[in-house]
Design a protein around this ligand. Structure first.
Ligand code: ME8
Length: 516
Protein backbone atom coordinates (compact mmCIF):
# COMPACT_ATOMS: atom_id res chain seq x y z
CA UNK A 1 0.00 0.00 0.00
CA UNK A 2 1.38 3.41 -0.89
CA UNK A 3 1.63 5.80 2.02
CA UNK A 4 -0.76 8.69 2.03
CA UNK A 5 0.69 12.13 1.51
CA UNK A 6 0.72 14.07 4.78
CA UNK A 7 -0.52 17.53 5.51
CA UNK A 8 0.02 19.39 8.76
CA UNK A 9 -1.87 22.65 9.25
CA UNK A 10 -2.13 24.99 12.22
CA UNK A 11 -4.12 27.98 13.45
CA UNK A 12 -2.40 30.59 15.59
CA UNK A 13 -2.75 29.65 19.23
CA UNK A 14 -5.16 32.11 20.77
CA UNK A 15 -4.60 34.37 23.74
CA UNK A 16 -7.15 33.31 26.34
CA UNK A 17 -7.03 36.61 28.18
CA UNK A 18 -10.49 37.52 26.98
CA UNK A 19 -13.44 36.07 25.14
CA UNK A 20 -13.00 34.86 21.56
CA UNK A 21 -14.17 37.22 18.85
CA UNK A 22 -15.11 36.81 15.26
CA UNK A 23 -11.48 37.20 14.08
CA UNK A 24 -10.57 34.08 16.02
CA UNK A 25 -13.52 32.23 14.52
CA UNK A 26 -12.47 33.38 11.05
CA UNK A 27 -8.95 32.05 11.30
CA UNK A 28 -10.23 28.76 12.72
CA UNK A 29 -12.86 28.32 9.99
CA UNK A 30 -10.36 29.01 7.20
CA UNK A 31 -7.88 26.54 8.64
CA UNK A 32 -10.59 23.94 9.09
CA UNK A 33 -11.71 24.38 5.48
CA UNK A 34 -8.17 23.71 4.31
CA UNK A 35 -7.78 20.71 6.59
CA UNK A 36 -11.06 19.21 5.41
CA UNK A 37 -10.21 19.89 1.78
CA UNK A 38 -6.94 17.99 2.11
CA UNK A 39 -8.64 15.07 3.89
CA UNK A 40 -11.14 14.82 1.06
CA UNK A 41 -8.18 14.79 -1.32
CA UNK A 42 -7.14 11.62 0.48
CA UNK A 43 -4.24 13.08 2.46
CA UNK A 44 -3.40 12.17 6.02
CA UNK A 45 -4.05 15.43 7.83
CA UNK A 46 -2.99 16.72 11.20
CA UNK A 47 -4.78 19.89 12.22
CA UNK A 48 -3.65 21.75 15.33
CA UNK A 49 -5.13 24.62 17.28
CA UNK A 50 -4.77 25.76 20.87
CA UNK A 51 -4.19 28.54 23.37
CA UNK A 52 -1.17 30.70 24.14
CA UNK A 53 -1.40 31.02 27.90
CA UNK A 54 1.75 32.64 29.25
CA UNK A 55 2.96 36.22 29.39
CA UNK A 56 2.57 39.41 31.28
CA UNK A 57 -0.84 40.23 29.82
CA UNK A 58 -2.32 37.02 31.19
CA UNK A 59 -0.72 37.62 34.57
CA UNK A 60 -2.05 41.17 34.72
CA UNK A 61 -5.57 40.22 33.65
CA UNK A 62 -5.64 37.46 36.26
CA UNK A 63 -4.41 39.83 38.98
CA UNK A 64 -7.18 42.27 38.13
CA UNK A 65 -9.72 39.50 38.48
CA UNK A 66 -8.11 38.28 41.68
CA UNK A 67 -7.46 34.79 40.35
CA UNK A 68 -4.31 32.93 39.36
CA UNK A 69 -3.04 33.13 35.81
CA UNK A 70 -3.60 29.40 35.47
CA UNK A 71 -7.21 29.70 36.64
CA UNK A 72 -7.76 32.40 34.02
CA UNK A 73 -6.11 30.26 31.37
CA UNK A 74 -8.16 27.20 32.35
CA UNK A 75 -11.40 29.11 32.17
CA UNK A 76 -10.80 30.90 28.89
CA UNK A 77 -8.95 28.13 27.14
CA UNK A 78 -12.10 26.05 27.62
CA UNK A 79 -14.12 28.77 25.87
CA UNK A 80 -11.80 28.65 22.86
CA UNK A 81 -12.02 24.89 22.82
CA UNK A 82 -15.82 25.21 22.84
CA UNK A 83 -15.67 27.75 20.04
CA UNK A 84 -13.77 25.29 17.86
CA UNK A 85 -16.38 22.62 18.59
CA UNK A 86 -19.19 25.04 17.88
CA UNK A 87 -17.52 25.95 14.58
CA UNK A 88 -17.34 22.25 13.75
CA UNK A 89 -13.59 22.48 13.40
CA UNK A 90 -11.98 19.13 12.77
CA UNK A 91 -8.78 19.80 14.70
CA UNK A 92 -6.95 16.65 15.73
CA UNK A 93 -5.31 18.27 18.72
CA UNK A 94 -5.72 21.31 20.95
CA UNK A 95 -2.54 22.42 22.61
CA UNK A 96 -2.19 24.55 25.71
CA UNK A 97 1.16 26.13 26.32
CA UNK A 98 0.81 25.39 30.05
CA UNK A 99 1.05 21.66 29.33
CA UNK A 100 4.07 19.67 30.40
CA UNK A 101 4.74 18.38 26.89
CA UNK A 102 5.15 21.98 25.83
CA UNK A 103 7.53 22.95 28.63
CA UNK A 104 9.73 20.03 27.62
CA UNK A 105 9.72 21.07 23.96
CA UNK A 106 10.39 24.76 24.57
CA UNK A 107 13.23 24.11 26.96
CA UNK A 108 14.73 21.59 24.53
CA UNK A 109 14.55 24.12 21.69
CA UNK A 110 16.15 26.78 23.89
CA UNK A 111 19.01 24.44 24.78
CA UNK A 112 19.62 23.68 21.11
CA UNK A 113 19.80 27.39 20.29
CA UNK A 114 22.12 27.90 23.25
CA UNK A 115 24.38 25.02 22.20
CA UNK A 116 24.56 26.59 18.81
CA UNK A 117 25.95 29.75 20.45
CA UNK A 118 22.94 31.86 19.51
CA UNK A 119 21.84 32.86 23.03
CA UNK A 120 23.72 35.29 25.31
CA UNK A 121 22.95 37.29 28.47
CA UNK A 122 22.97 41.12 28.45
CA UNK A 123 20.91 44.11 29.61
CA UNK A 124 17.95 45.32 27.69
CA UNK A 125 16.24 48.67 27.79
CA UNK A 126 13.40 49.59 25.51
CA UNK A 127 9.86 50.77 24.98
CA UNK A 128 7.68 47.84 25.88
CA UNK A 129 4.03 47.35 25.09
CA UNK A 130 2.29 45.00 27.47
CA UNK A 131 -0.61 44.60 25.07
CA UNK A 132 1.60 43.58 22.14
CA UNK A 133 4.09 41.79 24.41
CA UNK A 134 6.84 43.39 22.36
CA UNK A 135 9.52 46.01 22.55
CA UNK A 136 9.48 48.89 20.09
CA UNK A 137 12.21 51.14 18.78
CA UNK A 138 11.88 54.68 19.98
CA UNK A 139 11.49 55.66 16.30
CA UNK A 140 8.43 53.43 16.02
CA UNK A 141 6.64 55.15 18.90
CA UNK A 142 4.82 58.46 19.09
CA UNK A 143 3.71 60.62 22.00
CA UNK A 144 0.06 61.62 21.79
CA UNK A 145 -1.59 64.84 22.90
CA UNK A 146 -2.39 63.07 26.17
CA UNK A 147 1.36 62.71 26.82
CA UNK A 148 1.19 58.92 26.45
CA UNK A 149 3.81 57.24 24.25
CA UNK A 150 2.32 54.60 21.99
CA UNK A 151 3.50 52.00 19.48
CA UNK A 152 2.15 52.02 15.89
CA UNK A 153 -0.96 49.96 16.71
CA UNK A 154 -1.88 52.38 19.48
CA UNK A 155 -1.15 50.59 22.73
CA UNK A 156 0.82 52.48 25.40
CA UNK A 157 4.51 51.65 25.84
CA UNK A 158 6.69 51.98 28.92
CA UNK A 159 10.46 52.12 29.33
CA UNK A 160 11.67 48.79 30.69
CA UNK A 161 15.22 47.79 31.59
CA UNK A 162 16.08 44.28 32.56
CA UNK A 163 18.73 41.63 32.37
CA UNK A 164 17.76 39.53 29.45
CA UNK A 165 18.87 36.68 27.29
CA UNK A 166 19.21 37.57 23.65
CA UNK A 167 18.88 35.52 20.53
CA UNK A 168 21.39 36.37 17.81
CA UNK A 169 18.77 37.24 15.26
CA UNK A 170 21.23 39.62 13.58
CA UNK A 171 23.20 36.59 12.40
CA UNK A 172 20.21 35.27 10.45
CA UNK A 173 19.32 38.11 8.10
CA UNK A 174 21.25 36.84 5.11
CA UNK A 175 20.21 33.24 5.73
CA UNK A 176 16.56 34.22 5.91
CA UNK A 177 16.75 36.29 2.74
CA UNK A 178 18.42 33.40 0.93
CA UNK A 179 15.69 31.10 2.20
CA UNK A 180 12.86 33.40 1.02
CA UNK A 181 14.57 33.65 -2.35
CA UNK A 182 14.95 29.89 -2.71
CA UNK A 183 11.40 29.21 -1.45
CA UNK A 184 9.15 31.86 -2.95
CA UNK A 185 6.08 30.02 -1.66
CA UNK A 186 7.26 30.21 1.96
CA UNK A 187 5.41 33.45 2.75
CA UNK A 188 2.05 34.48 1.36
CA UNK A 189 0.31 36.51 0.13
CA UNK A 190 2.91 38.46 -1.84
CA UNK A 191 2.22 41.74 0.00
CA UNK A 192 3.23 40.05 3.23
CA UNK A 193 6.25 38.45 1.60
CA UNK A 194 7.44 41.84 0.37
CA UNK A 195 6.82 43.38 3.76
CA UNK A 196 8.87 40.66 5.48
CA UNK A 197 11.71 40.89 2.96
CA UNK A 198 12.01 44.63 3.38
CA UNK A 199 11.90 44.29 7.15
CA UNK A 200 14.74 41.75 7.08
CA UNK A 201 16.71 43.81 4.55
CA UNK A 202 16.49 46.85 6.81
CA UNK A 203 18.68 44.93 9.27
CA UNK A 204 17.80 42.57 12.10
CA UNK A 205 18.71 43.33 15.69
CA UNK A 206 19.25 40.66 18.29
CA UNK A 207 16.06 39.73 20.04
CA UNK A 208 15.45 39.88 23.75
CA UNK A 209 14.03 36.46 24.61
CA UNK A 210 13.65 36.37 28.37
CA UNK A 211 12.00 38.43 31.08
CA UNK A 212 12.64 38.89 34.77
CA UNK A 213 9.84 41.38 35.54
CA UNK A 214 7.16 38.70 35.86
CA UNK A 215 7.14 34.96 36.26
CA UNK A 216 4.14 33.61 34.36
CA UNK A 217 6.05 31.72 31.72
CA UNK A 218 8.39 28.85 31.01
CA UNK A 219 11.61 29.11 33.03
CA UNK A 220 14.88 29.48 31.16
CA UNK A 221 16.85 26.24 31.57
CA UNK A 222 19.58 26.79 34.16
CA UNK A 223 18.34 30.26 35.19
CA UNK A 224 14.80 30.17 36.54
CA UNK A 225 14.93 33.86 37.50
CA UNK A 226 14.11 34.34 33.82
CA UNK A 227 10.99 33.25 32.01
CA UNK A 228 11.02 32.92 28.26
CA UNK A 229 9.71 35.64 26.03
CA UNK A 230 6.17 34.55 25.23
CA UNK A 231 6.79 34.37 21.47
CA UNK A 232 9.61 31.82 21.85
CA UNK A 233 7.21 29.85 23.96
CA UNK A 234 4.18 30.33 21.70
CA UNK A 235 5.77 29.57 18.32
CA UNK A 236 7.23 26.33 19.63
CA UNK A 237 3.72 24.93 20.11
CA UNK A 238 3.73 23.85 16.47
CA UNK A 239 6.56 21.40 17.01
CA UNK A 240 5.55 20.41 20.56
CA UNK A 241 2.37 18.98 19.09
CA UNK A 242 4.40 16.95 16.60
CA UNK A 243 6.37 15.40 19.46
CA UNK A 244 9.50 17.60 19.56
CA UNK A 245 12.19 17.00 20.78
CA UNK A 246 11.53 13.32 20.09
CA UNK A 247 12.05 13.08 16.38
CA UNK A 248 10.91 9.45 16.58
CA UNK A 249 7.53 10.52 17.98
CA UNK A 250 4.63 9.14 15.92
CA UNK A 251 3.49 12.60 14.84
CA UNK A 252 6.90 13.96 13.93
CA UNK A 253 6.36 12.65 10.40
CA UNK A 254 3.81 15.47 9.94
CA UNK A 255 6.33 18.26 10.45
CA UNK A 256 6.82 20.69 8.62
CA UNK A 257 3.47 22.43 8.85
CA UNK A 258 1.53 25.05 6.97
CA UNK A 259 0.84 27.95 9.35
CA UNK A 260 -2.34 29.96 8.85
CA UNK A 261 -2.14 33.22 10.76
CA UNK A 262 -3.47 36.78 10.80
CA UNK A 263 -1.38 39.47 9.16
CA UNK A 264 -0.67 41.00 12.57
CA UNK A 265 1.71 38.19 13.47
CA UNK A 266 3.55 37.66 10.20
CA UNK A 267 6.89 38.96 11.52
CA UNK A 268 6.92 36.44 14.35
CA UNK A 269 6.14 33.55 12.03
CA UNK A 270 8.18 34.46 8.99
CA UNK A 271 11.27 35.98 10.66
CA UNK A 272 11.72 34.88 14.26
CA UNK A 273 10.32 31.38 13.97
CA UNK A 274 12.41 30.26 10.97
CA UNK A 275 15.50 31.82 12.60
CA UNK A 276 14.91 29.85 15.82
CA UNK A 277 14.42 26.67 13.83
CA UNK A 278 17.53 27.25 11.69
CA UNK A 279 19.48 27.78 14.89
CA UNK A 280 18.13 24.59 16.47
CA UNK A 281 18.61 22.58 13.29
CA UNK A 282 14.91 21.87 12.76
CA UNK A 283 13.29 21.88 9.34
CA UNK A 284 11.43 25.11 8.57
CA UNK A 285 7.62 25.33 8.16
CA UNK A 286 6.34 24.59 4.70
CA UNK A 287 4.42 27.81 4.37
CA UNK A 288 3.28 30.78 6.39
CA UNK A 289 0.12 32.30 5.02
CA UNK A 290 -1.38 35.45 6.55
CA UNK A 291 -5.01 36.33 6.08
CA UNK A 292 -6.38 39.83 6.45
CA UNK A 293 -8.41 41.45 9.16
CA UNK A 294 -12.17 41.42 9.49
CA UNK A 295 -13.83 44.77 9.75
CA UNK A 296 -17.35 45.34 11.00
CA UNK A 297 -19.06 47.43 8.30
CA UNK A 298 -15.63 48.68 7.29
CA UNK A 299 -14.64 49.62 10.85
CA UNK A 300 -12.03 48.05 13.02
CA UNK A 301 -13.66 46.08 15.81
CA UNK A 302 -12.89 47.43 19.22
CA UNK A 303 -14.44 47.18 22.63
CA UNK A 304 -14.64 50.97 22.92
CA UNK A 305 -16.61 51.30 19.65
CA UNK A 306 -18.86 48.51 20.90
CA UNK A 307 -18.86 46.65 17.58
CA UNK A 308 -17.12 43.48 18.69
CA UNK A 309 -19.23 40.57 17.54
CA UNK A 310 -19.51 37.46 19.65
CA UNK A 311 -19.04 34.53 17.28
CA UNK A 312 -21.34 32.32 19.36
CA UNK A 313 -24.19 34.82 18.93
CA UNK A 314 -23.55 35.17 15.23
CA UNK A 315 -23.77 31.40 14.77
CA UNK A 316 -26.94 31.15 16.85
CA UNK A 317 -28.48 33.87 14.76
CA UNK A 318 -27.56 32.83 11.22
CA UNK A 319 -26.59 29.17 11.50
CA UNK A 320 -23.13 27.66 11.52
CA UNK A 321 -22.71 26.53 7.93
CA UNK A 322 -24.15 29.83 6.78
CA UNK A 323 -21.49 31.72 8.73
CA UNK A 324 -18.71 29.41 7.55
CA UNK A 325 -19.86 29.87 3.98
CA UNK A 326 -20.25 33.62 4.27
CA UNK A 327 -16.76 34.33 5.56
CA UNK A 328 -15.08 32.01 3.10
CA UNK A 329 -17.03 33.38 0.14
CA UNK A 330 -17.22 37.05 1.02
CA UNK A 331 -13.67 37.81 2.13
CA UNK A 332 -10.79 37.50 -0.32
CA UNK A 333 -8.50 35.28 1.65
CA UNK A 334 -5.31 37.21 2.35
CA UNK A 335 -7.05 40.61 2.20
CA UNK A 336 -9.03 42.54 4.79
CA UNK A 337 -12.74 42.02 4.57
CA UNK A 338 -15.84 43.71 5.78
CA UNK A 339 -19.01 42.11 7.00
CA UNK A 340 -22.42 43.14 8.18
CA UNK A 341 -25.65 41.38 9.08
CA UNK A 342 -27.17 42.55 5.79
CA UNK A 343 -24.32 41.07 3.75
CA UNK A 344 -24.64 37.74 5.59
CA UNK A 345 -28.41 37.65 5.02
CA UNK A 346 -27.99 38.44 1.33
CA UNK A 347 -25.48 35.64 0.79
CA UNK A 348 -27.63 33.14 2.67
CA UNK A 349 -30.65 33.92 0.55
CA UNK A 350 -29.03 34.35 -2.83
CA UNK A 351 -26.34 31.67 -2.78
CA UNK A 352 -27.76 29.08 -0.40
CA UNK A 353 -31.57 29.24 -0.15
CA UNK A 354 -32.23 30.40 -3.72
CA UNK A 355 -29.05 28.79 -5.02
CA UNK A 356 -27.96 25.28 -4.18
CA UNK A 357 -30.91 24.70 -1.84
CA UNK A 358 -33.42 25.50 -4.52
CA UNK A 359 -31.67 23.54 -7.28
CA UNK A 360 -31.52 20.47 -5.05
CA UNK A 361 -35.10 20.69 -3.86
CA UNK A 362 -36.61 21.37 -7.28
CA UNK A 363 -34.77 18.56 -9.05
CA UNK A 364 -35.00 16.01 -6.25
CA UNK A 365 -38.69 16.67 -5.60
CA UNK A 366 -39.35 16.01 -9.27
CA UNK A 367 -37.39 12.77 -9.07
CA UNK A 368 -39.18 11.74 -5.91
CA UNK A 369 -42.58 12.38 -7.45
CA UNK A 370 -42.03 11.30 -11.03
CA UNK A 371 -39.36 8.62 -10.94
CA UNK A 372 -40.77 6.34 -8.32
CA UNK A 373 -38.48 7.82 -5.63
CA UNK A 374 -35.40 6.47 -7.38
CA UNK A 375 -32.43 8.01 -9.16
CA UNK A 376 -33.66 7.90 -12.77
CA UNK A 377 -32.09 6.26 -15.78
CA UNK A 378 -29.57 8.23 -17.72
CA UNK A 379 -30.38 7.87 -21.41
CA UNK A 380 -28.35 9.08 -24.39
CA UNK A 381 -26.66 12.39 -23.58
CA UNK A 382 -27.41 15.53 -25.56
CA UNK A 383 -24.78 18.22 -26.09
CA UNK A 384 -26.31 20.22 -23.25
CA UNK A 385 -26.11 17.23 -20.89
CA UNK A 386 -22.51 16.65 -21.88
CA UNK A 387 -21.64 20.32 -21.39
CA UNK A 388 -23.26 20.30 -17.94
CA UNK A 389 -21.41 17.16 -16.86
CA UNK A 390 -18.12 18.45 -18.30
CA UNK A 391 -18.59 21.67 -16.35
CA UNK A 392 -19.29 19.99 -13.02
CA UNK A 393 -16.60 17.34 -13.55
CA UNK A 394 -14.08 20.14 -14.07
CA UNK A 395 -14.81 22.19 -10.96
CA UNK A 396 -12.44 20.18 -8.77
CA UNK A 397 -9.47 21.18 -10.95
CA UNK A 398 -10.26 24.85 -10.43
CA UNK A 399 -10.94 24.38 -6.72
CA UNK A 400 -7.71 22.43 -6.24
CA UNK A 401 -5.64 25.09 -7.97
CA UNK A 402 -7.26 27.90 -6.02
CA UNK A 403 -6.93 26.13 -2.68
CA UNK A 404 -3.29 25.44 -3.52
CA UNK A 405 -2.89 29.21 -3.87
CA UNK A 406 -4.80 29.82 -0.61
CA UNK A 407 -7.50 31.55 -2.66
CA UNK A 408 -10.28 29.95 -0.62
CA UNK A 409 -12.82 32.51 -1.84
CA UNK A 410 -12.06 31.65 -5.46
CA UNK A 411 -12.41 27.94 -4.81
CA UNK A 412 -15.82 28.42 -3.23
CA UNK A 413 -16.85 30.84 -5.96
CA UNK A 414 -16.05 28.24 -8.62
CA UNK A 415 -18.19 25.69 -6.79
CA UNK A 416 -21.12 28.06 -6.36
CA UNK A 417 -20.83 29.12 -10.00
CA UNK A 418 -21.69 25.52 -10.87
CA UNK A 419 -25.06 26.06 -9.18
CA UNK A 420 -25.86 28.87 -11.63
CA UNK A 421 -24.77 26.57 -14.42
CA UNK A 422 -27.07 23.87 -13.03
CA UNK A 423 -29.96 26.36 -12.79
CA UNK A 424 -29.45 27.43 -16.38
CA UNK A 425 -29.31 23.84 -17.55
CA UNK A 426 -32.39 22.81 -15.57
CA UNK A 427 -34.45 25.81 -16.67
CA UNK A 428 -33.34 25.39 -20.30
CA UNK A 429 -34.22 21.69 -20.44
CA UNK A 430 -37.66 22.20 -18.87
CA UNK A 431 -38.01 18.71 -17.42
CA UNK A 432 -41.54 19.60 -16.21
CA UNK A 433 -42.58 19.99 -19.86
CA UNK A 434 -40.74 16.81 -20.89
CA UNK A 435 -42.80 14.93 -18.33
CA UNK A 436 -45.65 14.81 -20.81
CA UNK A 437 -43.80 14.92 -24.12
CA UNK A 438 -40.75 12.74 -23.51
CA UNK A 439 -40.55 11.12 -20.04
CA UNK A 440 -37.34 9.24 -20.92
CA UNK A 441 -35.67 12.51 -21.78
CA UNK A 442 -37.02 14.03 -18.54
CA UNK A 443 -35.33 11.23 -16.63
CA UNK A 444 -32.01 11.99 -18.27
CA UNK A 445 -32.31 15.69 -17.47
CA UNK A 446 -33.16 14.90 -13.86
CA UNK A 447 -30.30 12.43 -13.68
CA UNK A 448 -27.81 15.02 -14.93
CA UNK A 449 -29.16 17.61 -12.52
CA UNK A 450 -29.01 15.27 -9.53
CA UNK A 451 -25.48 14.31 -10.56
CA UNK A 452 -24.60 18.02 -10.58
CA UNK A 453 -26.08 18.38 -7.09
CA UNK A 454 -24.07 15.36 -5.93
CA UNK A 455 -20.80 16.85 -7.05
CA UNK A 456 -21.56 20.32 -5.72
CA UNK A 457 -22.37 18.73 -2.36
CA UNK A 458 -19.10 16.77 -2.31
CA UNK A 459 -17.17 19.91 -3.19
CA UNK A 460 -18.94 22.01 -0.56
CA UNK A 461 -18.10 19.64 2.30
CA UNK A 462 -15.01 21.51 3.50
CA UNK A 463 -17.03 24.74 3.70
CA UNK A 464 -20.35 23.52 5.03
CA UNK A 465 -19.80 20.03 6.42
CA UNK A 466 -23.23 19.47 7.98
CA UNK A 467 -25.37 20.89 5.19
CA UNK A 468 -23.31 19.14 2.51
CA UNK A 469 -23.79 15.85 4.32
CA UNK A 470 -27.54 16.48 4.26
CA UNK A 471 -27.43 17.17 0.54
CA UNK A 472 -25.45 13.99 -0.02
CA UNK A 473 -28.00 12.09 2.05
CA UNK A 474 -30.73 13.49 -0.22
CA UNK A 475 -29.06 11.94 -3.26
CA UNK A 476 -28.29 8.77 -1.27
CA UNK A 477 -24.53 8.91 -1.68
CA UNK A 478 -22.91 6.25 0.53
CA UNK A 479 -20.35 7.35 3.15
CA UNK A 480 -17.42 5.85 1.27
CA UNK A 481 -18.29 7.75 -1.92
CA UNK A 482 -17.98 11.25 -0.51
CA UNK A 483 -14.27 11.88 -1.03
CA UNK A 484 -12.88 13.85 -3.95
CA UNK A 485 -11.91 10.58 -5.61
CA UNK A 486 -15.66 10.05 -6.15
CA UNK A 487 -15.97 13.25 -8.18
CA UNK A 488 -16.45 13.08 -11.92
CA UNK A 489 -17.23 9.88 -13.75
CA UNK A 490 -15.73 7.75 -10.95
CA UNK A 491 -18.69 8.19 -8.66
CA UNK A 492 -21.70 8.87 -10.88
CA UNK A 493 -25.10 8.40 -9.27
CA UNK A 494 -26.44 4.89 -9.65
CA UNK A 495 -29.80 4.75 -11.38
CA UNK A 496 -32.41 2.93 -9.37
CA UNK A 497 -31.03 4.00 -5.97
CA UNK A 498 -33.93 4.96 -3.73
CA UNK A 499 -33.98 8.47 -2.35
CA UNK A 500 -36.01 9.94 0.49
CA UNK A 501 -38.48 12.71 0.05
CA UNK A 502 -36.27 15.81 -0.06
CA UNK A 503 -36.38 18.21 2.86
CA UNK A 504 -35.05 21.78 2.66
CA UNK A 505 -31.37 22.10 3.57
CA UNK A 506 -30.98 25.88 3.39
CA UNK A 507 -33.94 27.83 4.76
CA UNK A 508 -34.32 31.44 3.71
CA UNK A 509 -33.07 33.94 6.25
CA UNK A 510 -35.81 36.24 7.47
CA UNK A 511 -34.71 39.07 9.76
CA UNK A 512 -36.43 38.86 13.18
CA UNK A 513 -37.93 42.36 12.72
CA UNK A 514 -39.55 41.21 9.51
CA UNK A 515 -41.28 38.30 11.24
CA UNK A 516 -42.53 40.42 14.14
O1 ME8 B 1 -1.76 36.78 18.34
N1 ME8 B 1 -9.73 39.73 11.94
O2 ME8 B 1 -3.27 35.55 19.56
P1 ME8 B 1 -4.60 36.38 19.35
C1 ME8 B 1 -9.21 38.58 11.53
N2 ME8 B 1 -1.34 34.26 20.75
N3 ME8 B 1 -8.47 37.78 12.31
C2 ME8 B 1 -8.25 38.16 13.56
C3 ME8 B 1 -8.74 39.37 14.07
C4 ME8 B 1 -9.54 40.18 13.20
N4 ME8 B 1 -10.10 41.32 13.56
N5 ME8 B 1 -8.33 39.46 15.35
C5 ME8 B 1 -7.61 38.34 15.62
C6 ME8 B 1 -2.03 35.89 19.10
N6 ME8 B 1 -7.58 37.56 14.54
C7 ME8 B 1 -0.93 34.93 19.57
C8 ME8 B 1 -0.62 33.97 18.45
S1 ME8 B 1 0.76 31.93 17.43
C9 ME8 B 1 2.15 31.10 17.83
C10 ME8 B 1 0.51 33.02 18.75
C11 ME8 B 1 -6.96 36.24 14.38
O3 ME8 B 1 -5.61 35.60 20.10
C12 ME8 B 1 -5.64 36.37 13.65
O4 ME8 B 1 -5.45 35.20 12.88
O5 ME8 B 1 -4.42 37.80 19.69
C13 ME8 B 1 -4.66 36.36 14.77
O6 ME8 B 1 -3.42 36.02 14.26
C14 ME8 B 1 -5.30 35.31 15.65
O7 ME8 B 1 -6.68 35.66 15.63
C15 ME8 B 1 -4.77 35.17 17.06
O8 ME8 B 1 -4.91 36.36 17.79
Amino acid sequence: MTEKERFYITTPIFYPNGAPHIGHAYTAIATDVMARFQRLEGREVHFLSGTDEHGQKMQQTAEKEGITALALADRNSAVFRDLLKRLNCSNDDFIRTTEERHRIAVQALWKKMEERGDIYLATYGGWYSVRQEAYFDESETTVGSDGVRREPLGSPVEWVEEESYFFKLSAYGEKLLAYYEAHPEFIGPSERRNEVISFVKSGLKDLSISRTTFNWGIPVPGNPAHVMYVWVDALTNYITAAGYPDENAPLWKFWPAVHIIGKDIIRFHAVYWPAFLMSAGVELPKRVYAHGFLLNKGEKMSKSVGNVVDPFNLIDHFGLDQIRYFFMREVSFGQDGSYSDEAIATRINSDLANGIGNLASRSLSMIFKNCDGKIPECGPLSDEDKAMLAHIDGVIDVARTEMGNFAIHKAVTAIIAAVAEGDRYFAGQEPWALKKTDPKRMETVLYVTAETVRQIAILLQPFMPTSSAKLLDLVAVPADKRGFDALGAAGRLVSGTAIDQPTPVFPRYVAPEATA
